[in-house]
Design a protein around this ligand. Sequence first.
Ligand SMILES: [Zn+2]
Length: 97
Amino acid sequence: MAVMRRDDVEAGIDLLRRVDTGELDGLPCPKCGELNASAWFTQPAPDEFKTWIVCGCGFELRAQCDKRPIHYSADRVRNDLQEYDKRLARDRKFPAD
Ligand SMILES: [Zn+2]
């Protein structure tokens, strides 16, 4: 699970549960309250997956997945998010001193 503000954790768990059941669009955004958030996936490394929930209001939730998300598909990978995750993974492997 990504680092989130404490208040967001409960909403985040609920959102991730919905994503697991196949609700990828029209998710309730904890920030603006609209049914406007969507789920996206990234695969920054061959055995690493992340689930993102993003809303137009600026809300972003990023969660580490233990395995390939059930509804993961190439159509649902957003390149900008994947680049971000790849960059983080690289920084982790090669920490700058
Ligand atoms: Zn929102």
